[in-house]
Design a binder for this molecule. Sequence first.
Ligand SMILES: Nc1ncnc2c1ncn2[C@@H]1O[C@H](COP(=O)(O)OP(=O)(O)O)[C@@H](O)[C@H]1O
Ligand SMILES: [Mg+2]
Length: 234
Amino acid sequence: MLSVRDVSAHYGEATVLQGVSLEVGAGEVVTLVGRNGAGKTTLLRCLMGLHRSMTGAIRLDGRDIAKLAPHKRCRLGLGYVPDDRGIYAKLTVEENLTLPPQTGPDAWSLSKVYETFPVLKERRRQAGTHLSGGEQQMLSVARVLRMGARLLLADEPTEGLSPILVQQIGDIIRKVKEHGVTVLLIEQFVERALGFADRAVVLRHGLVGWEGAAADAGEELLAEYLGGETASTL
Ligand SMILES: Nc1ncnc2c1ncn2[C@@H]1O[C@H](COP(=O)(O)OP(=O)(O)O)[C@@H](O)[C@H]1O
Ligand SMILES: [Mg+2]
């Protein structure tokens, strides 16, 4: 579904990604892991068209999208959940869900969102800011599904990464997958992410250091690539 070939990215003189290649198949959940500063957020921003200082090829269903503006990638089925979640804090849950333009043929109806995430229905009249971390994450994911995302690019929340929140993110991703949505998810709590991901891609110093079935990502390997940054130490 998504094919990334030799993507490099820069901030001024600094090269942050140095030729990243990876594939995400339709219906897969792939987790992108790596130490702080490895380039995970930058890679997702490149895929979405939000970081333009890059080279390399990005194909979605065989189509070259590397030069397209973000809203055009959105129309083709890419959805981005930023690390700050990108929801409108002062608007209600329902306003957050009705505001985004429903573009593609795959855009979820409000009733499909509420069936899949009943908590959002219960809280539909509450302001975004009054939601828990897990509910905000749910709302953020639901917003991009409303916009017709077939491939979700989800960054980890920067704050409040409690074990319970990680559990909730896992539940959200599982539900989304059941509906046939493909997911590329950045996750710090590696061991837990591996519990619901099909494959893992490990970034190190702006390069893919390892990739494979989540089941094959043993502790030794993760310790080598991620050092102390694992669930047990965070
Ligand atoms: N806006 C920016 N300007 C300059 N350097 C940046 C900027 N954003 C990120 N970086 C640098 O790029 C590298 C990768 O960052 P990032 O993609 O955020 O990594 P990760 O998400 O894996 O923690 C880091 O060294 C970081 O300091
Ligand atoms: Mg990041």
